[in-house]
Design a protein around this ligand. Sequence first.
Ligand SMILES: NC(=O)C1=CN([C@@H]2O[C@H](COP(=O)(O)OP(=O)(O)OC[C@H]3O[C@@H](n4cnc5c(N)ncnc54)[C@H](OP(=O)(O)O)[C@@H]3O)[C@@H](O)[C@H]2O)C=CC1
Ligand SMILES: O=C(O)[C@H](O)CS(=O)(=O)O
Length: 492
Amino acid sequence: MLDQTTNLPGLLKDPSLLESRAYVGGQWIDGDDGTFEVTNPARGDVIANVADLSRAQVGKAIDAAYAAQKDWARWTGKERANVLRKWFDLMMENQEDLGKIMTAEQGKPLAEAKGEIAYGASFVEFFAEEAKRVLGEQIPGHGRDKRILVMKQPIGVAASITPWNFPNAMITRKAAPALAAGCSFVARPAAETPLSAIALGVLAERAGIPAGVFNVVPSSSSSEVGKEFCENEKVRKLTFTGSTEVGRILLRQAADQVMKCSMELGGNAPFIVFDDADIDAAVEGAIACKFRNNGQTCVCANRLYVQSGVYDEFAQKLKAAVEKLKVGDGLSEDGVDLGPLITRDAIDKVQEHIRDATSKGATLILGSDKDDADGNFFHPAIVTGATQEMAFAKEETFGPLAPLFKFDDVDDVIAMANDTIFGLASYFYAKDLSRVWKVAEELEYGIVGVNTGLISTEVAPFGGVKQSGLGREGSHHGIEEYMEMKYVCLTV
Ligand SMILES: NC(=O)C1=CN([C@@H]2O[C@H](COP(=O)(O)OP(=O)(O)OC[C@H]3O[C@@H](n4cnc5c(N)ncnc54)[C@H](OP(=O)(O)O)[C@@H]3O)[C@@H](O)[C@H]2O)C=CC1
Ligand SMILES: O=C(O)[C@H](O)CS(=O)(=O)O
């Protein structure tokens, strides 16, 4: 660990954004279960002691959301749009401070954290606009005296459980469409990164979002909160981003109420480079796709398949590019590309995958399976000679390891790419148009990046197939997750 303490309030233009209480029903409250520590993963020091809410207090937040929702739904779409737009404006006005809070609790370099604030804010901006465009239908009746109306109405109270890797955007990607639709919202952030979520509550209050419409319930016990969300009859929608393992738990719990769920779960993205690819562009895309957030995203390339004719060139150019990446403390050093991993466990998993691969014949051409720095820092690694028998072919590494697989035939690589229970993001680089169509159609994934390694945007429907999830977030489709459709049959 770096021997330096984090004076976070001293870094902020507006220290009041650094709140450690919960935001429930428009009130700032302490936790009945005391507080839990939030640490800086780069330095290991405690940066905040955050309110630890009990399950009963989470129940009270649900009550507040339930009480506020009906009136919020009576606002016009434009009225909701105006306060959401104000929320967006406040996020962007405070981008620097929100970025510093995120880097302090999550570790990503400040530039990347500020980028996430803009990304997270873009969902608020987008769904502020969508709030005015929730349309119903009139369908020609099945009888001369029948008139058919289709209404779209907000589902009610929505509850979210989100991970530490995108502490701002994973909440706004859910809360923005929910609020735009006229739902109220209870957000439970990851215990590793609650400060960014609480800061969203500070700005929601300033934006004029009514008390009880947006609530933040930090807690050290995620399972208790999950049970409250799934068992409380006032909750009508559960939206989760995280591992498939936890997604399964929540789906089982939500089944008792047949609750409407959105699940953004794990991935194992293939990144395929064909021999007609622009190799330099493919290397640039691989860096962006593999090492974004230090490999800690569900859409990061987890397996890199390179056609044999360009394998050596790609491996050499990728190694040269990765060697230039700077590892360091995103709060105190300029030009840092890779911050710390979130925990020691995250490092252990990367090391485990490297050792598994080399024990099965892979070659480590960059990096080490040992920590080369104290604490949570781990330098990026590349292995060649990767095969489908190695752990990363089935498990998500969720860290800075790039395994290179060699292939010859297009049908073989599609089969290998699809040989996983996951189906979130996939990528490939090629120029031949018939090959592009064939591969894009045959990859079994919710997202396909063609000649790009970055696919994250508020205007597109983000989500997975197979065991990577249910539903879509972002785009005009995203608001449907928070609406119910009502068919009215009028006899006239
Ligand atoms: N598809 C996507 O968009 C994303 C997928 N992921 C996947 O998640 C994994 C890594 O992220 P990670 O945060 O560790 O994932 P986890 O699934 O462990 O945690 C995600 C969230 O769920 C909470 N949680 C954990 N167990 C329970 C439970 N029993 N009931 C209710 N909530 C629970 C966690 O709380 P706490 O941390 O406080 O325990 C956290 O807030 C990877 O597999 C990654 O692919 C991650 C981010 C995005
Ligand atoms: O949690 C994640 O990994 C995100 O869903 C990835 S992205 O939407 O920020 O690309």
